[in-house]
Design a protein around this ligand. Structure first.
Ligand code: ZN
Ligand code: ZN
Length: 168
């Protein structure tokens, strides 16, 4: 009894696999043939229109389009297992990959924002362009010439280029 069931199951599986293979082959052939007919029909139609003639191979489109549709359907049915596996296996790496690309992009954007906020006026706290000598909002001095190394540096207690005190 159990053996017969298993046998029947096995036979069914084999039949199923055969059907699937037939669907794959039939689907692929139909897609290829349909695509060929559609392309032929379009090319012929374009050529006929530019020549001012009636398209002779218009049936290519009429036959090719449904063929393409059915072929696509058969392919979907035949390759369903592969498609499911593909979507299961492939979406995760795709998301991971997208994440790996998005994270540095977000980092770059926030870095740019930080950079834009970089030259904050110590007097009024508003942002100024890099290397601005005076605050454009309040006129405070942002850069000062170091008395030791002569560099234009951010105003503060010490020179950030040579480390010596900026003011006596
Ligand atoms: Zn200011
Ligand atoms: Zn200095």
């Amino acid at each position: 009894m159990n053996d017969r069931d298993a046998e029947r199951q096995e036979a069914l599986k084999k039949k199923h696999a055969r059907t699937k293979r037939a669907l794959k082959i039939l689907g692929t052939v139909m897609v290829a043939a349909g695509l060929g007919l559609v392309v032929m029909g379009i090319v012929d139609m374009a050529a006929s229109i530019s020549n001012g003639e009636m398209p002779a191979l218009f049936w290519g489109l009429r036959v090719g389009l449904p063929m393409l549709g059915f072929g696509g359907m058969f392919c979907m049915m035949g390759f369903r297992k592969e498609l499911i596996r593909f979507s299961k296996d492939e979406t995760v790496p795709i998301i991971n990959e997208a994440g790996q690309e998005i994270v540095p992009a977000i980092g770059a954007v926030s870095g740019a924002v930080k950079h834009a906020e970089g030259d904050l006026c110590p007097h009024c706290g508003k942002a100024n362009d890099d290397g601005a000598k005076f605050c454009r909002h309040c006129g405070a001095k942002l850069l000062t010439e170091c008395p030791h190394c002569g560099e234009s540096v951010k105003d503060g207690a010490f020179c950030d280029k040579c480390g010596n005190p900026l003011h006596k």
